[in-house]
Design a protein around this ligand. Structure first.
Ligand code: SAM
Ligand code: SF4
Ligand code: SF4
Length: 349
């Protein structure tokens, strides 16, 4: 008689700090059509070799294996996920998996107007569009690309297709902190929920300084000075965003990974486009799942590798960074060029 491994079922898979594995972020490409100053400020980048990118079949298979371990939320990200050709084919495959309860995408919106309908039809459930400014000239300075109108058109197309929409805004002092209230009003007008993100010292953010971080506390103060007292909405759970409500009922979120990290509830895993698995945004190294996928390993063998990796997980990257007295960018340019997987645009946000 075989004795079942009591820790092999998804219900009991916990990391070393008791956190379950629920959410998978698939970075489908490291390429991007913008150069946001907080993410890709450099003049040039080292890209992942094309032949090493996971195929849609591989991405779908690996997602299925993650699902057997408890993942039920999948987010497509990048780089810019809409640059991956035929991305709707992948969406359709993933949407067919009953275990994938929540299928979402984070996009910069530049190509969204052309793709929104196809994405909706393929089964994408939710969209998050990054929008840091309502001013075209500021967008150009921030991203080095003249695509502001296309982003707004993309947001409108997402809305017209009936997607539940979120807007993500990285707030950087001296860049766009003066637009928080306008962005909040814009989001309310279009029926989206906006989340203000603290500037993070992740890989890629080579120009990060503490002074440029607009903290959660400052954001709340700026918003309540105009709108009146804000109240928290529900418990944060494993969601990176803390949600708040204005007196008029408008809700918004704050992702305060820099000053108030939430690692204790983190159930997220990340896969780069070349199949490297990271269990923390700040992790220095990851596991090469592409090698396992391409060496003929069975689903059970790969699941076992993931189970072992997750059980050993002790990551608390943002909380550890908070304890540093001297804090600067996580990685310098030479290190990033040597290992482009350290980049935010490679491992996904
Ligand atoms: N290109 C897509 C986009 O921008 O929506 C998806 C990938 S992008 C890496 C995912 C998210 O990471 C974006 O919302 C972006 O604002 C966020 N991000 C990138 N660098 C960041 C930083 N240094 N601090 C905080 N958020 C950052
Ligand atoms: Fe901006 Fe996203 Fe591209 Fe980074 S990956 S440069 S955040 S659009
Ligand atoms: Fe999760 Fe790492 Fe982010 Fe903490 S820093 S919330 S452990 S991904």
């Amino acid at each position: 008689m075989t004795v079942a491994d009591p820790t092999s079922s998804k219900d009991s898979l916990r990391d070393a700090l008791g956190r379950p594995l629920r959410s998978l972020r698939l970075s489908v490409t490291d390429r991007c059509n913008l150069r946001c100053s907080y993410c890709m400020p450099e003049p040039d980048y080292v890209w992942l070799p094309k032949k090493e990118l996971l195929t849609f079949e591989e991405l779908d298979r690996i997602t299925g294996i993650f699902c057997t371990l408890g993942v039920d939320k999948v987010r497509l990200t990048g780089g810019e996920p809409l640059l991956r050709s035929e991305i709707t084919t992948l969406v359709r495959e993933l949407a067919r998996r009953p275990a994938v309860r929540d299928l979402a995408m984070t996009t910069n919106g530049v190509l969204l107007a052309e793709r929104a309908r196809a994405l909706r039809e393929a089964g994408l459930r939710r969209l998050t569009v990054s929008l840091d400014t309502l001013r075209p000239e500021r967008f150009l300075a921030l991203t080095r690309a003249d695509h502001h109108a296309r982003v707004l058109a993309g947001i409108e197309a997402g809305r017209a297709e009936g997607f539940p929409l979120k807007l993500d805004t990285v707030v950087v002092r001296g860049t766009n902190e003066d637009e928080m209230l306008d962005l909040l009003a814009f989001a309310r007008e279009i029926g989206a929920e906006i989340r203000f993100i603290e500037y993070m010292d992740v890989g890629g953010a080579t120009r990060w300084t503490r002074e440029q971080v607009v903290s959660r506390a400052e954001m709340l103060q700026a918003i309540s000075a105009t709108h009146g007292a804000v109240e928290p909405v529900g418990a944060q759970g494993s969601d990176p965003a803390e949600r708040f409500r204005l007196p008029d009922g408008t809700t918004f979120g704050i992702i305060a990974s820099t000053t108030t990290p939430f690692c204790r509830a983190c159930d997220r895993s990340r896969l780069t486009a070349d199949g490297t698995w990271y269990t923390c945004l700040y992790a220095r190294s990851g596991a090469n799942l592409r090698a396992a996928l391409r060496s003929g390993a069975s689903d059970a063998e790969i699941a076992s590798l993931l189970r072992v990796g997750w059980r050993a997980r002790t990551d608390r990257g943002a909380e550890q960074r908070l304890q540093l007295e001297q804090r600067g960018a996580l990685a310098g340019r030479p290190e990033l060029r040597q290992d482009p997987r350290l980049e935010m645009h490679t491992r996904g946000g």
